[in-house]
Write a protein that binds this ligand. Structure first.
Ligand SMILES: Nc1ncnc2c1ncn2[C@@H]1O[C@H](COP(=O)(O)OP(=O)(O)OP(=O)(O)O)[C@@H](O)[C@H]1O
Ligand SMILES: [Mg+2]
Length: 465
C-alpha cells in the first residue's frame, strides 16, 4: 500500500484538534475524514466506511476513547488504532495498548512524531493484509487467528481462495477433522467484498432438527409453545454477510430442502409464517463426511450437493503436507506463548523430526494441542515419549479412556477459553499422575504456585481416581 494515499479517520471532540490534524495530514496527501466523538466514528464504520487507520482521542464525552476502541476491536479488528492522549493519561494509554491499540501520541506532538507513528502502523498493516499473500506464509485473519500456507498444496488453496472470494458463489470445504476448513472459510470471507459484514457460523450437528430450523430461519410469535416474540434467524442476521454451515453433512433432510430453496431464490419463510423473507447471504459449507456415500445412503440430498459444490476446496490432511510442520510448530509456539503469557520454548531439531514422523490423525488441531501441552508441561522428553507411544499405536499407560468429543462453542472467545481450559486440565491431571499426586512437586513442574494448583484442582474437579 502506498502510505501517502491511506485513508485516516480522526476522532476527537475538540474542533481545533480535528482541524489541525486534518490540515497536517492532507498536506501529506492522506485522505482524511473526521468524527466528533466515538458514537459518530462507530456509525461511520457501520455504514461501510473503512479507513486504513484511526486516530482516536482518549478523553471524549459519552463514549470515551477506551470504550470506542473496545467496540472497534470487535467489529473491525483489522484497522490499526492510534490513541491521542494527554501526559496525565498514562494508565489509560496502557489499558488502550492492552485492548489492542497499535500506538499512541501524547498531545501536543510534533509533526515528525505523527509521521513516524503513521508510517510504522500503516506498513505493519500492509504486511498483515491479505493482498500480499505471496510474501508471507503466515497471514492474520483476526487478532488471534492466522492462516499458514507453506506447502505447494496449501499455496494453491490460498490462490483458489483469493479467486473464489471475489465471486458470490457457494463454496464447499472438504477435509478431515482439524485440517482447517473453518480457517479457510474465514479467509474466504476476509478476502471477499463482504469482509466488513458479519460471518456467522452455524454448526448443523449441534442442534436437533427443529431447533436448527429456528436457529437458521427464525420464527414468528406463536409458531410453537414458548415462542412469545418473533425472532430472526441467522440468515436474516447476516444479511449482506456470509454464513458458514459447519458439518453440513449432518443437516436433517427436511432442512436440506429448505436450504436448497435459499440457495435457489435467496428466500425462505420464518417458522410459523407464510410470507417470504429475502436475504443476500453468501453460503459457505464444510464437512468431513464422504458426501457421495451420504447421497447413496439417502442421508444427503443430491440436488443440494450439486448446488453447494459449484466450487469445492479439498484441504489435504497434515500428513500430506509435512513440510509445513516446522513452520507450524514455531507458529503455534509463538501464538500460545503470547496467548498464555509464557516464554516460548525452543523447537529443537529432535522435536521437529519426531513430529514429522508422526501421522497426526487429528491434523492441525492435534498439532496445536501438542504444542500447548509442551508449552504447559515444559518437558520436551516427556511430550516426545508420549508422541512415540501414540506413534506405535499403543494406548498411553496412564492415559484415561478416550473422551467423547465435546461440542465446541461457536463464538471465538468462548472457544479459545474452552480449549485453554481443556489443555490446562489435561496437563494438570497428567502431571499429578506423574508425581503420584505429590502436589508440591506437580506445582513445581507446572511452574505455578502451590496455591494456584490447589485452586485449579478444585476448579476442574480433579481427584485421584
Ligand atoms: N492453515 C492454518 N494455519 C494456521 N492454523 C490453522 C490452519 N488450519 C487450521 N488451523 C488451526 O487448527 C485448528 C483446527 O482448524 P479448523 O477448526 O479450521 O479445522 P476444521 O477442519 O474445521 O475441523 P473440524 O472438522 O474438526 O471442525 C484451529 O485452531 C485452527 O486455527
Ligand atoms: Mg470446523
Amino acid at each position: 500500500m502506498n502510505t501517502t494515499q491511506a485513508d485516516i479517520l480522526v476522532v476527537d471532540d475538540e474542533p481545533s484538534m480535528r482541524r489541525y490534524l486534518q490540515t497536517l495530514l492532507e498536506v501529506d496527501s492522506y485522505h482524511v475524514t473526521t468524527a466528533q466523538n466515538g458514537v459518530e466514528a462507530l456509525r461511520q464504520l457501520q455504514n461501510g466506511h473503512k479507513p486504513d487507520l484511526v486516530l482516536l482521542d482518549l478523553l471524549m464525552p459519552e463514549l470515551d476513547g477506551l470504550q470506542t476502541l473496545e467496540r472497534l476491536r470487535q467489529t473491525h479488528p483489522g484497522i490499526p488504532v492510534v490513541m491521542l492522549s494527554c501526559v496525565t493519561d498514562t494508565r489509560k494509554v496502557a489499558q488502550a495498548i492492552k485492548l489492542g491499540a497499535q500506538d499512541y501520541l501524547t498531545k501536543p506532538f510534533q509533526k515528525a512524531e505523527l509521521d513516524a507513528v503513521l508510517t510504522h502502523c500503516l506498513s505493519q498493516r500492509s504486511k498483515s493484509s491479505g493482498e500480499v499473500a505471496e510474501t508471507g506464509e503466515v497471514e492474520e485473519l483476526s487478532d488471534d487467528q492466522f492462516f499458514v500456507a507453506a506447502s505447494p498444496a496449501m499455496r494453491k488453496i490460498r490462490a483458489q481462495v483469493a479467486q473464489v472470494a471475489q465471486v458470490d458463489v457457494p463454496v464447499l470445504m472438504l477435509g478431515e477433522s482439524g485440517t482447517g476448513k473453518e480457517v479457510v472459510a474465514r479467509l474466504i470471507h476476509k478476502l471477499s467484498p463482504r469482509a466488513d459484514r458479519t460471518l456467522l457460523k452455524v454448526n448443523c450437528a449441534a442442534l436437533p432438527a427443529d431447533l436448527l430450523e429456528s436457529e437458521l430461519f427464525g420464527y414468528e410469535a406463536g409458531a410453537f409453545t414458548g415462542a412469545t416474540r418473533p425472532k430472526p434467524g441467522k440468515f436474516e442476521l447476516c444479511d449482506k454477510g456470509t454464513i458458514l454451515l459447519d458439518e453440513i453433512g449432518e443437516m436433517p433432510p427436511a432442512l436440506q430442502a429448505k436450504l436448497l430453496h435459499v440457495l435457489q431464490d435467496q428466500q425462505f419463510s420464518r417458522l410459523g409464517s407464510r410470507s417470504m423473507v429475502k436475504v443476500d447471504v453468501r453460503i459457505l459449507a464444510a464437512t468431513n463426511i464422504n458426501i457421495p456415500e451420504a447421497i447413496a445412503s439417502r442421508k444427503f440430498r443430491e440436488d443440494l450437493y450439486y448446488r453447494l459444490n459449484a466450487f469445492t476446496i479439498s484441504i489435504p490432511p497434515l500428513r500430506e503436507r509435512k513440510e509445513e510442520i516446522p513452520l507450524l510448530l514455531r507458529h503455534f509456539m509463538g501464538l500460545f506463548a503470547t496467548r498464555y503469557g509464557r516464554t516460548p520454548l525452543s523447537v529443537s531439531p529432535n522435536l521437529v523430526e519426531a513430529c514429522v514422523k508422526y501421522r497426526w490423525p487429528g491434523n492441525l488441531r492435534e498439532l496445536e494441542n501438542f504444542v500447548k501441552r509442551y508449552l504447559i508441561l515444559g518437558d520436551e522428553s516427556l511430550v516426545l515419549s508420549e508422541l512415540e507411544s501414540k506413534r506405535r499405536g499403543e494406548p498411553l499407560l496412564d492415559e484415561p479412556a478416550p473422551e467423547i468429543p465435546k461440542e465446541r462453542p461457536a463464538d471465538l472467545k468462548s472457544l479459545v477459553r474452552s480449549l485453554k481450559d481443556e489443555a490446562e486440565c489435561e496437563a494438570i491431571s497428567r502431571t499429578l499422575r506423574q508425581t503420584k499426586w505429590n502436589r508440591k512437586e506437580a506445582a513445581r513442574l507446572l511452574n505455578i504456585s502451590y496455591k494456584a494448583l490447589l485452586y485449579k484442582i478444585r476448579q476442574y474437579n480433579l481427584d485421584r481416581s
